[in-house]
Design a protein around this ligand. Structure first.
Ligand code: ADP
Ligand code: MG
Length: 230
């Protein structure tokens, strides 16, 4: 069985409704969607040795089936530059989660490469009861949240449709570069849309998928957070 099918059946068996971030990112990776490098630490010492392996700066995040919005419970700390930062963040996150959600089951701590900030995009998918899976695209932050500058297509996407999606948002000119910001790798975005389309077509159990944000660079892109809901 492929990684995605294995993960989906495990999640179903455990009666869970959403995937843990490392599960969602493993599936993304399998489908050729670029994600930040990550390891799952079981204790503070492991978190430090994984951070050394990945290379600083790193990000620490709580992994819990009871926490869907990790930063809401103080479960994300970014910009950790040293082993000492990692140790402090590990303990701080454990304490934050205990305070916000005393009964949360903790699976481990996600140690992750910190993606340099850049132009942020969002790729999403929802399953419409009538039309089946549909893809969403937009630029991150105010463009989606305030201006609702997003575009949709029914899956499966063709390459032409994926290219159209990228070009039809009002914020598109920003992707072509402005002032000190270099142009974004449009082909990388198109490939993410196509791979996400393939993923939701092949796994109809996905009710909602959210790659938010994805940092797009001059060359390549990196998904910083991935959520999949069944
Ligand atoms: P939440 O479950 O709260 O949505 P996220 O994983 O999205 O948690 O983390 C919250 C925010 O922290 C992200 O929106 C992003 O701004 C920042 N962040 C998280 N992971 C990384 C990373 N690997 N590199 C850079 N920034 C990150
Ligand atoms: Mg997020």
């Amino acid at each position: 069985m492929d990684t995605a099918s294995e993960i989906f059946s495990k999640v179903r068996e455990e009666g869970r409704k959403f995937l843990l971030e490392p599960e969602a990112k493993s599936i993304c990776k399998e489908y050729g969607i670029p994600v930040t490098d990550f390891r799952i630490a079981k204790n503070e010492a492991e978190a430090v040795s994984f951070a050394d392996e990945i290379g600083y700066p790193v990000v620490l995040k709580i992994i819990s089936p009871d926490v869907i919005h990790k930063s809401d419970v103080g479960g994300v700390i970014v910009g950790l530059k040293t082993a000492e930062d990692v140790r402090n963040a590990y303990n701080q996150i454990m304490e934050n989660v205990k305070n916000h959600k005393p009964n949360a089951k903790i699976v481990g701590m996600l140690v992750q490469e910190m993606a340099p900030s850049s132009t942020e995009i969002i790729v999403g998918a929802i399953k419409d009861p009538q039309f089946g899976p549909a893809l969403m695209f937009g630029l991150g932050g105010i463009f989606v949240e305030v201006l609702k500058d997003v575009t949709f297509r029914i899956a499966p996407l063709t390459r032409d449709e994926a290219e159209e999606m990228v070009k039809e948002v009002r914020a598109y000119p920003l992707l072509k570069g402005y002032r000190n910001t270099p142009p974004a790798d449009i082909e990388a975005i198109v490939n993410i849309l196509l791979n996400t389309s393939r993923l939701v077509m092949e796994h109809q159990e996905i009710k909602e998928l959210d790659l938010n944000p994805i940092m797009v660079y001059e060359k390549g892109a990196k998904t910083v957070d991935a959520r999949i809901i069944l």
